[in-house]
Design a protein around this ligand. Structure first.
Ligand SMILES: [Zn+2]
Length: 417
């Protein structure tokens, strides 16, 4: 049976350039599929059946005896490189492409050379952050700082990129492997810590980042990040699903523009609209059916549209001013705040059903709003005195926040009818 062999061309080139005549490698075989991957470096995930491999320069040790399962013999004549694999009779070799070919299909849409040099800080690697991290890696973003102290639990799997093989593992480590699986050249720094307890590090890392993504499920980190974004004058993207994923919203902070605090008011440290993801957060007097209803934050499919908006805005901001294909989004995504209506229930129950909506608000649509800067904002106004340590003291309702939004083309008062 003819086998399909994959060899990493970048690894092959660095072996040829090295002073070593041979190097022990790693082989992974999927026997029923007749596929073998041969590497000079171990893969992060070693699926398949493991084999021992020796890479050797053919002219240096053509007659050497070895006991490896496969020998990759590399011969170089001027610029011609030929590779023989000893250990199977009939095979075809495919080369995993070099860096500049990896994302060739994105050329023209994205400014790849620019994205490669950008650094994205992602706080929260749950159902939002995990998907966003992988999509940005696929797009060619080259540098990541990942923050999350959580581990993968069974109840995460339905809305997370991790799988059962990741159970119990740190989400930072799982995402590290997912990102490198898409872009082996990405540089990924991992912070498996609660960022709210490391505010100096937060300042430092926001300072290094080109854009900061907040995908957490708590207002404390939204508040702390907002404060640091204003200090550091960096772009930040905030996304969340509101209770039971009946909808969601995305807020973009740009230096000089309104901040998250301008959007939802000065007193926004309450819990009322936070996404509820764990039973510990629910009051003890709730019945089991209420608990089950409240704990349903929606399907992964409910969260996808919000992630997608965050990804598009991030790529647009990272590519801003480069005249790439994604730049046309700059004419469309002009708002600071976007609201996604997900289901026609609760908050949106009076909205028109889709077939008859016409210009009326309906579900499965985005609504954009320009936000006015609040002259008295406790965070970004000239007279703002608030500092990072003040956040925990501000306890107040959060549910009023939509009422301060001044939608440019759709009045929120209309939406709330
Ligand atoms: Zn503000």
């Amino acid at each position: 049976m003819r086998k399909i062999i994959y060899i990493d061309s970048e690894e092959l080139h660095s072996f040829l350039q090295s002073a070593n005549d041979e190097v022990l490698g790693y082989g992974y075989e999927w026997e029923n599929e007749n596929v073998i991957h041969l590497h000079t470096k171990p893969l992060l995930h070693s699926f398949g059946i493991a084999h021992t491999v020796l890479f050797r320069k053919g002219d240096a040790c053509a007659n050497c005896e070895t006991a490896q399962d496969y020998i990759v013999e590399v011969n170089k004549n001027n610029s011609d490189i030929t590779v023989n694999v000893i250990g199977c009779d009939e095979y075809d070799i495919n080369y995993i492409p070099a860096k500049n070919e990896l994302y060739s299909r994105n050329k023209g849409i994205l400014e790849l050379n620019i994205l490669e040099g950008k650094r994205v800080m992602i706080v929260g690697l749950g159902s939002f952050g995990s998907q966003i991290a992988i999509e940005l890696a696929k797009a060619g973003v080259g540098n990541f700082a990942l923050f999350d102290f959580d581990r993968v639990e069974l109840h995460n799997l339905a809305r997370h990129t991790s799988t059962t093989k990741d159970l119990g593992r740190l989400k930072t480590d799982v995402l590290y492997e997912s990102i490198l699986g898409k872009n082996p050249y990405a540089k990924v720094d991992l912070f498996p810590i609660n960022i709210n307890e490391h505010l100096d590090l937060m300042e430092e890392e926001v300072g290094k980042a080109d854009i900061v993504i907040c995908g957490t499920d708590n207002n404390e980190s939204r508040f702390n990040l907002s404060t640091v974004l204003v200090h550091q004058q960096k772009i930040g993207i905030f996304g969340r699903a509101v209770t039971r994923a009946e909808g969601g919203d995305v807020f973009r902070y740009r230096p000089g523009g309104p901040c998250y605090c301008c959007l939802i008011g000065n007193q926004w440290f309450g819990q009322s609209q936070e996404e509820i993801t764990s039973r510990e957060q629910l009051p003890a007097y709730m019945s089991q059916s209420d608990v089950d209803a409240n704990i349903q934050v929606g399907l992964s499919a409910d969260i996808e549209p919000i992630c997608n908006m965050m990804i598009k805005i991030t790529l647009m901001e990272l590519s801003r001013g480069t005249n790439s294909g994604i730049s046309c989004l700059e004419d469309e995504l002009v708002y600071d705040y976007y609201m996604w209506a997900n289901r026609r229930e609760r908050r949106h129950h009076n909205w028109a059903p889709m077939p008859g909506a016409g210009s009326k608000p309906t579900i499965m649509r985005w609504y954009g709003a320009h936000i006015k800067r609040n002259e008295n904002c406790s965070l970004c106004s000239n007279s703002a005195q608030m500092d990072l340590d003040d956040g925990g003291d501000i306890i107040a309702g959060y549910s009023e926040h939509l009422k301060v939004v001044d939608m440019s083309d759709v009045s929120l008062n209309d939406l709330e009818e």
